[in-house]
Design a protein around this ligand. Structure first.
Ligand SMILES: O=C(O)c1ccccc1NCC(=O)[C@H](O)[C@H](O)COP(=O)(O)O
Length: 260
């Protein structure tokens, strides 16, 4: 049940194909047993008001180097500043992420942790659960018609899934697949261009189609005003670069939330 990645264009296609090579070459590592059940990602996003999912992000294809950070320390700062969940990039080559970052964050904060990676193989789901993640990212542009099968497999592994789309057609595929948490990415992962009108436009389409689940706006957010425009239309926002690049990520989040 591996997606056909030859049809995925641009930067996203390069990342996904390389990810599959790395997953297939990896020797499975035993993870130490986890203390307790991870907190619910869905419940954190459903809390009143706009929930912030704050991201631990070291580097990216669009920005290059972002921060040489201590993942646990940054996650604690996010939690103190009011984040409701933490996203941790675990892709090693394009984002300089690691499973160790995820484990460090899980041990450091009581918030749910999203494993932000490029899921291209079912093994990555069991692995995410073993690492202590509460949720995984499933990208419709990568998984295509297998999105529903991966969603079911994630649920069986005890994980919530943030199903990511970028346009109306992908949004319809995600609905058919049974997504309950839908993320609309403002960043086109083929070209890396960011357009903040994308998430509200696709969200309107989803609500017109009767989607009653949780909606997340993703990528490109830098200001209090931009976040204010999402209130009442989205349940959550995912923010990475603008927080992680700040010398004080906690203060950056408090500024965005208007709580300084
Ligand atoms: O961030 C990138 O350059 C990128 C390139 C290719 C695939 C995925 C990419 N980013 C993943 C994300 O969706 C973001 O990390 C996340 O939404 C936060 O975005 P931002 O606040 O703009 O860092």
């Amino acid at each position: 049940m591996v997606p056909d990645l030859s049809r995925v264009p641009g930067v996203l296609g390069r990342i996904a194909r390389r990810r599959l090579q790395l997953v297939e070459a990896a020797v499975p590592q035993p993870s130490p047993p986890l203390a307790g059940r991870p907190p619910s990602f869905a419940e954190a996003l459903a809390a009143p008001g706009l929930s912030v999912i704050a991201e631990v992000k070291r580097k990216s294809p669009s920005e290059g180097a972002i921060a040489d950070l201590d993942a646990a320390e940054v996650a604690r700062a996010y939690a103190r500043a009011g984040a409701r969940a933490v996203s941790v990039l675990t892709e090693p080559e394009f984002f300089a992420g690691s499973d160790a970052d995820l484990q460090a964050v899980r041990a450091a904060v009581a918030l749910p942790v999203l494993r932000k990676d490029f899921v291209v193989h079912p093994l990555q789901l069991a692995e995410a659960h073993a690492l202590g993640a509460s949720a995984v990212l499933l990208i419709v542009a990568v998984l295509g018609p297998l999105t529903g099968a991966y969603l079911d497999a994630a649920r069986r592994a005890g994980l919530d899934a943030l199903v990511e789309v970028h346009d109306e057609r992908e949004a319809e595929l995600a609905l058919e697949a049974g997504a309950e948490i839908l993320g609309v990415n403002n960043r086109d992962l083929t070209t890396l261009r960011v357009d903040l009108t994308t998430a509200p436009r696709v969200a309107r389409h989803l609500r017109t189609l009767g989607f009653a689940g949780l909606l997340v706006a993703e990528s490109g957010y830098r200001s209090r005003e931009e976040l204010a425009s999402l209130e009442g239309r989205f349940d959550a926002v995912l923010i990475g670069s603008s927080l992680a690049r700040d010398p004080d990520p906690g203060a950056a989040l408090r500024r965005l939330l208007g709580s300084t």
